[in-house]
Ligand binder design. Structure first.
Ligand code: C2E
Ligand code: MG
Ligand code: MG
Length: 627
């Protein structure tokens, strides 16, 4: 390697005698030689010695901080701008480690990229660094390291390190980012920043836990904020939001003071009247509950805004869990559900996330959304439970009870899904299917045992009477199956029948006129008036199971229940209604019911609800249920 001293070089100010030759000088010779060997490169290679001096002068005069390095990353020459940047005479920088001067080792990625350039495996590296200026302030710089081309023939490569001050651009970007990430009304971090911080917090807590490895969130929604906006205008609404934000911030600060080191708090406005308080490195639900309560307390004091005294309350969903396995979406969903519970439970409160309540909600949702397709896929079946004459113990009819053979949850009882089907309207289709299936079945039994036919009793939901043409459906199904109308009984609840006027009443009348029997199911659980019922086209009362359950055993009789049932039965008979008792479980109950005068009974004493082939067996055995 040829190195020449350049001490006293007119274009090298501040040069110390004996200092190493800056690579530009090396480059000078190399370039000259390379012109003969290679096609003319752009750059100083084919220039004259005079203009090379100009290049050198440019290096020293440049406002951009520059240094020439050898392959070991040691400074061979630095320009005054570089010296100014690091607060040292550039001559003294010779042989200094460039990476230390520009903090290149600050992150592993930048360091690797830098090493790659030094050993010739990469053409350039660029990174941003924050350096401490000799005057004390910090400067943001963009550091670039690249080989000086063309290569010297000696093979001893030189690198150019240049450092551009990008503080202005950085400040501008930071200000833009601040605007982008903050809500102008409350000046709080907005949704975007909240999610960024949440993701970062989850990552740190699960992958590099230095704290508790937990995370907590209070998700808050003001109660009745819309009314403030609607009646007092958006300006007052905005002022209220901003005042609420201040109180939330104070709550977070107070919490931080109460337990320093218990993790950082972030208050954000997620939109509208929704706020979030994120607690990093939380210590457990107690900490979050305390925070939520302090927020409710803080909001209790009225707000004085532009001469208006306003009171608001808030509902808060509180979630606290370990960060590992928690996703931002999962946490927000849990918080959202919990907030909904807080509202549902009466507002102005905080509610803690409850996994069981959540599982229940999820199943309800899962069931509700798959009800309709399940009808089409034929996932429902019917079981039948005998209705037995109390006098002779013979089955007179059967009640059809639906079951859902759910592919995931197994066989589900109607209590799990009938209410859902009523809520979402799927009951109309499901009810029609039940009616059709039950009528086909009853007709098949009638044909197989023509002597004394068995009637079928089908449950009908209120919505089927309101939302579908029940009369047309029944007429159509009877015609299609050939089942005589007397062999069909429809069970409606008291609430469906009571106060029915107009369409439902007309429907009941039309069905009754057709010859179909109407029964009131679960009688006694509502508030119906027997006298009124008798004026409706109803012919059967099914006494709710709670009456029979009230008949205590022989040792502990409950005469009151028995007297009530006795009176009810007598009254019903006088009004021309027959009475069926539900939930008959013991022979003793059956005997008392018989004595009281009850007509039929249904219950485990006779049979549980069973598959149709078991009913077939019952018919073959002469209808005696074996009880
Ligand atoms: P429900 O109409 O009052 O039916 C009687 C319920 O009592 C049945 O429950 C039956 O299994 C049960 N049970 C019968 N005997 C006894 C007994 O001795 N002891 C006790 N503890 N329980 C007895 P299931 O099958 O779970 O049906 C529950 C309810 O679901 C029914 O009450 C009915 O309101 C509704 N439901 C069933 N199938 C349908 C349907 O196809 N459509 C509509 N809309 N509702 C239905
Ligand atoms: Mg029923
Ligand atoms: Mg019932």
């Amino acid at each position: 390697m040829r190195e020449r001293a350049v001490s006293g070089h007119p274009d090298s100010p501040g040069r110390t005698p004996g200092a190493t030759l800056p690579s530009v000088t090396e480059r000078e010779d190399t370039a000259k030689e390379s012109t003969e060997a290679r096609p003319a490169p752009s750059g100083p290679g084919d220039d004259t010695a005079a203009s090379l001096g100009d290049y050198r002068a440019t290096f020293y005069a440049a406002r951009v901080a520059m240094a020439v390095l050898n392959r070991d990353g040691l400074v061979l020459a630095a320009n005054p701008a570089f010296g100014e940047l690091v607060g040292t005479d550039p001559a003294e920088l010779v042989a200094a480690t460039a990476a230390d001067l520009t903090d290149l080792g600050a992150d592993p990625r930048g360091w690797t990229a830098y090493r790659e350039v030094l050993c010739g495996r990469s053409d350039r590296m660029r990174c941003t660094r924050r350096l401490k200026h000799p005057e004390g302030h910090s400067v943001w710089v963009e550091v670039t390291v690249e080989p000086l081309t063309p290569e010297p023939l000696s093979g001893e490569e030189r690198m150019l390190l240049s450092v551009a001050d990008i503080s202005d651009r950085h400040d501008l970007l930071a200000r833009l980012r601040h605007l982008q990430m903050h809500d102008p009304v409350t000046r709080l971090p907005n949704r975007a920043l909240f999610f960024e911080r949440l993701a970062a917090a989850l990552e740190t807590a699960s992958f590099a836990p230095s704290g508790t490895g937990r995370i907590g969130l209070c998700y808050l929604d003001l109660d009745g904020f819309k009314a403030v906006n609607d009646t007092l205008g958006h300006r007052v609404g905005d002022r209220l939001l901003s005042a609420v934000a201040q109180r939330l911030t104070r709550c977070a600060e107070a919490a931080e003071d109460r337990g320093p080191g218990r993790g950082g708090y972030l208050v954000a406005r997620l939109g509208g009247d929704e706020f979030a308080l994120l607690v990093e490195d939380s210590t457990g639900t107690d900490q979050l509950a305390e925070l939520a309560q302090s927020v409710l307390d803080a909001l209790q004091r009225p707000f004085d805004l532009a001469g208006q005294r306003l009171s608001v309350s808030a509902s808060i969903g509180v979630v606290e869990r370990t960060a590992t396995g928690t996703t931002a979406t999962g946490l927000m969903q849990a918080a959202d559900t919990t907030l909904y519970w807080a509202k549902e439970d009466g507002k102005a409160r905080w509610t803690l996330f409850d996994p069981e309540r959540n599982a229940h909600r999820m199943t309800r949702q899962a069931l509700s959304s798959t009800l309709r397709p399940a009808v089409d896929r034929g996932e429902f079946t019917l079981e039948y439970q005998p209705l037995v004459g109390l006098g002779d113990g013979r089955a007179q009819g059967v009640e059809a009870l639906v079951r859902w053979r759910h592919p995931q949850f197994g066989t589900l009882s109607p209590n799990r899904f009938i209410a859902l089907a009523e809520e979402n309207g799927a009951i109309v289709e499901l009810g029609r299917w039940v009616l059709e299936r039950a009528c086909y079945q009853a007709r098949a039994w009638q044909l197989a045992h023509p002597g004394e036919p068995l009637f079928v009793s089908v449950n009908v939901a209120v919505r089927q009477v309101w939302d579908s043409d029940l009369v047309a459906d029944v007429a159509g199904i009877l015609a299609e199956t050939g089942l005589p109308p007397e062999l069909l009984q429809l069970e409606l609840t008291e609430s469906a029948v009571m106060g029915s006027a107009g369409r439902p009443l007309q429907a009941l009348q039309a069905l009754s006129d057709m010859g179909v029997r109407i029964a009131i199911d679960d009688f006694g659980t509502g508030y119906s008036n027997l006298a009124y019922l008798s004026r409706l086209p109803v012919s059967v009362l099914k006494l709710d199971g709670s009456f029979v359950r009230g008949f205590r055993s022989q040792e502990h009789p409950n005469p009151a229940d028995e007297m009530i049932v006795e009176a009810l039965v007598a009254l019903a008979h006088r009004l021309g209604l027959t009475v069926t008792a539900e939930c008959v479980e013991s022979a003793e109950q059956a005997e008392r019911l018989r004595r009281i005068g009850c007509d039929t009974g249904q219950g485990w004493l006779y049979s549980r609800p069973v598959a149709p082939d078991r009913v077939e067996a019952l018919l073959d055995a002469g209808r005696h249920t074996g009880a």
